[in-house]
Design a protein around this ligand. Structure first.
Ligand SMILES: *[C@@H]1O[C@H](CO)[C@@H](O)[C@H](O)[C@H]1NC(C)=O
Ligand SMILES: *[C@@H]1O[C@H](CO)[C@@H](O)[C@H](O)[C@H]1NC(C)=O
Ligand SMILES: *[C@@H]1O[C@H](CO)[C@@H](O)[C@H](O)[C@H]1NC(C)=O
Length: 275
């Protein structure tokens, strides 16, 4: 070992030391999600996504899902192996309901038809909240549901685009034209705290700490609270709801494929939506 190798050793050790503080370098500490979701498992979950009947045929690929998870290294990497699998099952269940092509008597059952759609059919509006000055709508653009989570509203497109490096307000179509972008918007929504809502991730991995308001509204951790975060205003706190039941149905099927239990508080019938 001469002086030359010592000169090289120093920058190498320094680099190893510095890498963890870089945002993308963080990924080095987390095993890739493919260790928990093989392509075979993914395909057995989404049995019909590439059917001719599905408008999203060939759009949502396994590879783009895996690539998208690298933007959010903590997704499916927080907690015990059971928690990690349960989070992935819950995420895939929620995006399946959002994009479902299933019906009661569908081949392989109603819960084998996730990821069938990439954009909302017959949107009732352009989902422009003109009171939101931070993310002003761009003339002529629609912020209707797109991608796995059916990202909606100018404020979500604006914030997601800023976090992920595209112009969500001028180019909302990017979410349904580019498969990896589509998955990253769904993961962005899942991982991001939007007060007063916690993130779906924090709820599923046990990091959610309810406020007094949450406790008074029965908002305790579980799959039902995730549904509340995603679409509580329409589906929660009004008794039994077919959409909520569809989300739960997907979750039960996927949890079985991942061999994890579904946990408690699956429903949000007794929870008030976030104010
Ligand atoms: C996205 O696709 C639509 C048609 O589906 C097209 O009109 C639009 O130009 C595309 N946008 C981008 C950014 O590729
Ligand atoms: C909370 O749940 C209970 C039943 O478990 C119900 O009686 C009560 O009305 C709920 N509270 C709110 C605020 O919805
Ligand atoms: C239940 O979900 C549907 C969508 O399936 C929604 O349109 C409806 O408003 C909800 N019903 C109630 C009673 O909240």
């Amino acid at each position: 070992m001469g002086i030359i190798s010592n000169i090289w050793l120093f920058p190498v050790l320094l680099a190893l030391f510095l890498v963890p503080s870089l945002p993308r370098g963080e990924a080095a500490y987390f095993p890739p999600i493919s260790t928990l979701v093989s392509e075979q498992l993914f395909n057995s979950i989404f049995l019909h996504k590439d059917d001719n009947a599905c408008p999203a045929k060939d759009f949502y690929t396994y590879q783009s899902f895996i690539r998208a998870t690298r933007w959010f290294p903590r997704f499916g990497n927080d907690g015990s192996i059971g928690t990690r699998k349960r989070e992935i099952a819950a995420f895939l269940a929620q995006i399946s309901h959002e994009t479902t092509g299933g019906w009661a008597t569908a081949p392989d059952g109603p819960y084998a038809w996730g990821l069938c759609f990439k954009e909302e059919v017959n949107p009732p509006s352009d989902y422009c909240d003109s009171n939101n000055k931070q993310w002003p709508c761009f003339p002529g653009k629609s912020y209707k549901g797109r991608g796995p989570i059916q990202l909606s509203w100018n404020y979500n497109y604006g914030a997601a685009g800023e976090a992920l490096g595209f112009d969500g307000l001028r180019n909302p179509e990017a979410v349904s034209n580019h498969s990896e972008t589509a998955f990253t918007t769904a993961l962005w929504f899942w991982m991001t705290v939007q007060r007063p809502k916690p993130s779906c991730h924090d709820v599923v991995v046990g990091r959610f700490r309810p406020t007094k308001e949450d406790l008074a509204a029965n908002r305790t951790a579980g799959f039902g609270l995730v549904t509340n975060i995603i679409n509580g205003g329409i589906e929660c706190g009004k008794g039994d709801n077919a959409s909520v039941d569809d989300r739960i149905g997907y979750f039960r099927r996927y949890a079985e494929l991942f061999k994890v239990d579904v946990g408690t508080n699956l429903d949000c019938a007794n929870q008030k939506p976030f104010g």
